[in-house]
Design a protein around this ligand. Sequence first.
Ligand SMILES: NC(=O)c1ccc[n+]([C@@H]2O[C@H](COP(=O)([O-])OP(=O)(O)OC[C@H]3O[C@@H](n4cnc5c(N)ncnc54)[C@H](OP(=O)(O)O)[C@@H]3O)[C@@H](O)[C@H]2O)c1
Length: 236
Amino acid sequence: MGKVRRYAVVGGTSGMGFALARLLVERGDRVVIGGRDQARLAEAAARLGDRAEARVVDSGRESSREAFFDGLSDLAGLFTPGASYSTPMFRDGEAGAVKALFDAKFWGQYWTVHAALSALAPDAGVVLMAGTASIRPTGSSAYAACNAAIEGLGRALARELAPLRVNTLSPGMIDSELWRNRPDEIRDPMVALWRERTLTGRPGTVAEAAGAAAFLLDNGNITGSTIYLDGGWTFR
Ligand SMILES: NC(=O)c1ccc[n+]([C@@H]2O[C@H](COP(=O)([O-])OP(=O)(O)OC[C@H]3O[C@@H](n4cnc5c(N)ncnc54)[C@H](OP(=O)(O)O)[C@@H]3O)[C@@H](O)[C@H]2O)c1
């Protein structure tokens, strides 16, 4: 029997993070999932079964990041989709909203990888979360810039942290709780846009995102890359 591997997913109680956690436990690995909400964590851990451990974490807070990785070692991989979603518009000039976006999505992942360093195996894989607005924006310039920054961070960390491998998952619209929990008048036009303007004619699924994240974690010859999981959105 092969060695049981253990992974960490910061943002693992729903959406793409939970889908990856489920993929990992179903193939026999162990997973430590993190999220801010204790009740959501308990429910997610119960659904995943006894190969999963749940720990509270807010990726935006240093003490919380440190506590999440405390006592963990030899992790085979880390996935960091845990961030709130916001798309502040340039003309609104809301400095606080733009700062909050970067604090959550860019700096949250930057410092989460830093906090994880001593817990990761020397040849572990790290997968950052960006989004295709990086190269084909849909509106918010700050959101586009934030995702482009994350893709750049992934390439640079791959150099700086080798032999750790660092890659970035950059999805288009994925049919996760993030969209399902939004009002119909916001979600429906986006779904219509994705049906019309992708080559696949639909948003992606969380299972497809989990498969792509697992590929980036597993494949020992891929580092510094970005996968655009977008049904052809970015070049259509
Ligand atoms: N779905 C899409 O269409 C799409 C496309 C491109 C990029 N993305 C990006 O992918 C990421 C995840 O998306 P998703 O669709 O999987 O979302 P989701 O279903 O809303 O899941 C987000 C997960 O992250 C956790 N989380 C949120 N803020 C956190 C924080 N500060 N610290 C720790 N955990 C936190 C959430 O739990 P708690 O709220 O309980 O903490 C939850 O487990 C987002 O950053 C989003 O920008 C999504």
